[in-house]
Each structure stands twice: as C-alpha cells, then as structure tokens.
Design a protein around this ligand. Structure first.
Ligand code: F6R
Length: 366
C-alpha cells in the first residue's frame, strides 16, 4: 500500500506532481485564460463584493492560508487576514455580512476550524471551504467550496495537501482577480500557462534528490534549525520548520528574514544551520544581505534557490536548486526540498516518520 516507498510520507511527497495535476484538471484553460471552479460559481458575486477575506485554519493548512493571503492581495487586490482558527474563535469576532471566510482543512474534521466556521456563519459571513476529504464535516457545513483532490493523505505530516491547498487558493485568486478586473485576460493566460507547468517542475525536483540527501546527512544531529524567507517564501519557512519539528523532533523556527535582526540573530553561531528560502526574485537582493549577515556570524547556510539567483548559490555553503517559476508560484516548488530535508533527517534519526509521537492525523479535540 506504500507503493514501494518506505513510508507514506515519502510516497505522498512523490505523489505531488500527480496530486497537483488532479487538482488542476478540468479547472484551468491556459489558452482562454480562464479558471472554472464549479463549487464556488453560485457565490462568486458575494466573493467579488466581499469587503475582506478572513482565512481560518490550523497548522500546515494555516501556512497555506498565509500563502493565500499574498496571492489574494496581489492577484485580486482584496484585503486578507489569516487567523489561527483556535484564536479566531475566542476573540472578538468582528465579522459579519459582506465578509467572506475561507476555511482550509485537509481532514475537514479539525475541531477549532469547524468552530471558527460555525462562528463566522452565525454572524452572517459567507464561508467557503478548501478541503481534501470529500463529505467531511467542514465540507458539509460550508456554504460553498473547492475540493483539493489530493487523494488520501496517510502520513501525519501534511505534504501533498499543502501544495494542493496552495494550488486551489492560486486558482481562486486568479479567478477572483479576473472577476474584479485586477488582472487582465492576457495576464491570466500567462499565469495559468505557468501554473500548468508546476507538476512537471515538481517532478524535476523529485528526480534529483541527492544534494538534499547529502545536506540532510550532514545536519541530522543539529539541535536547532532556523528557516528564513520573505514574501511568498515566508510561509514556506514556517512550513519547513514545522515539518522538521514534527517528524524529527529537532527544534526549528521559521521567521520572516527581515525579523532576524530583531532577535533570532542572537542565536546564530557555527552550530546553527540556517535554511534560506531565496526563491522569489523580487526579494533577492534583500535575501543576499540576510545571507551575508548569517555568514558573518558563522551560521551554516542552506539555500533553496533558483538558477537565476546565482549569487545566492555562490554565497551559500549548500544549496538546493529548484526550477525557475513566477514568484507567485514559488511556494509550490520551494517547499518540496524542505519536505525532503525533514524526511531524510527524521529517517537518519530513527524517528517514526508516519506517526510522530504525540500527534494525530485529525485533531478533533479542542
Ligand atoms: C502538519 C499537520 C497539522 C495539520 C493541522 C490541520 O503537518 O499535519 O499541522 O495541518 O492539524 O489539519 P487539517 O488540515 O486536517 O485541518
């Protein structure tokens, strides 16, 4: 049932080209520059007229929500707030008619996410689900929704659900951007043609994992890791750190790269591996300065970067090169080496990759 892989997690990492293709299938037309999402057709008017969008989720799904924030703001010019579902439910809920909540959940059963959705509905907001498990409670209780079609995810650490969630949020943002005239058909065609190439580009990353395996072998016994990213790569930094924490039990923190100087820089010395996600071109210069700051303190730089960001590759002690894409799609590629890094490190440390201690696949307690 693991299809020849040692663990479900590895199988699911390698399934991502297929999961993303399945998620895109029948929904995008690169020639026409259109996105078809049947599950939100009937509420598209309300989404177009929304004052703002609030995204609520937990864990990895919250990270994909953060990517969604950048996507919706950039492509559809709509203000977005991303809330931990558990925080939203216990604070002053300033949400109501005219607002839209998007809840993101792989399992569709997470108790806090379900409670956030119920609270938003009660106050008159429209709630849209981005869910994997068909017919799950969250899928049933939302007003409308888009399934991510990633297929069953068995490994406790979420991998293909993350990339499929980001894919759905990307399609939604392009569709909304078109409806709001925030992007032109010409721009949409360019975006959608590139989006269609993402599964193949993920496949390219997965075909050569030797460098990431080598890096994993060198750092398997590090006590701490720091992950840094800017813009679209910031949520990826958080996700990379979470993956490492949950399956290898190594303490890891993700930070927006510019925040490093406001505290975490104090941690950096020759014992500290720093994973720098330098996969967006518009932030490249700033990431180079961050790398220099880490190097000056003897931190060990592992860069996730692209051929065009060659200066990053030259400055970093180690680098994992991913294919070029548009900045908006970079999380779909840059997260892959981070999933692999955490996997190989966890295996080296003899951890139970598919069922990490203290964790459950579906968190139905509050
Ligand atoms: C991380 C992980 C968890 C889940 C979180 C939300 O790898 O699996 O952080 O992402 O419990 O779960 P869902 O998406 O099912 O609501």
């Amino acid at each position: 049932e693991k299809g020849g892989y040692d663990h479900f997690m590895l199988k699911e990492i390698f399934e991502q080209p297929k999961a993303i293709s399945d998620c895109l299938r029948g929904r995008i037309d690169p020639d026409k520059g259109t996105v078809t999402l049947g599950g939100i057709d009937s509420i598209m008017d309300k989404l177009v007229n929304a004052n703002r969008i609030i995204i609520a989720a937990c864990g990895t799904s919250w990270h994909s929500g953060l990517v969604g924030e950048y996507l919706f703001e950039y492509l559809a010019k709509v203000p977005v707030e991303v809330e931990y579902a558990s925080e939203f439910r216990y604070k002053e809920q300033l949400i109501g008619e005219g607002d839209v909540m998007i809840v993101i959940s792989q399992s569709g059963e997470t108790a806090d996410t379900l409670a956030a959705l119920r609270a938003a509905k009660e106050r008159g907001a429209l709630v849209i689900g981005v869910v994997n498990v068909v017919g799950s409670t969250i899928a049933r209780e939302t007003d409308a929704g888009v399934y991510i079609h990633a297929g069953p995810e068995i490994g406790v650490a979420s991998t293909k659900a993350f990339t499929a969630q980001v894919t759905v949020l990307t399609m939604m943002a392009i569709k909304l951007g078109l409806s709001k005239n925030a992007i032109t058909i010409k721009e949409a065609k360019k975006l959608i043609s590139e989006l269609a190439k993402i599964p193949q580009k993920i496949e390219e990353i997965l075909q050569n994992t030797s460098e990431i395996e080598r890096i994993s072998n060198l750092f398997s016994y590090a006590p701490n890791f720091l992950y840094l990213g800017r813009s679209y790569s910031f949520p990826v930094a958080l996700e990379g750190a979470l993956k490492l924490k949950e399956i290898s039990y190594i303490h890891a923190e993700g930070y927006p790269a510019a925040e490093m100087k406001h505290g975490p820089i104090a941690l950096i010395d020759e014992m500290m591996p720093v994973v720098v996600i330098a996969a967006t071109h518009h932030t490249n210069d700033k990431m180079i300065s961050n790398i220099e700051e880490v190097r000056a303190r003897k931190g060990r730089i592992i860069a996730i970067t692209t051929p065009k960001n060659d200066e990053v590759g030259d400055l970093a002690e180690f680098s994992s090169i991913i294919p070029e894409t548009m900045d908006v799609f970079s999380p779909l590629l840059s997260v892959i080496p981070l999933q692999l890094l955490s996997y190989y490190i966890a295996v080296n440390r003899g951890c139970n990759v598919d069922q990490p201690r203290n964790l459950a696949k579906s968190v139905t307690v509050e």
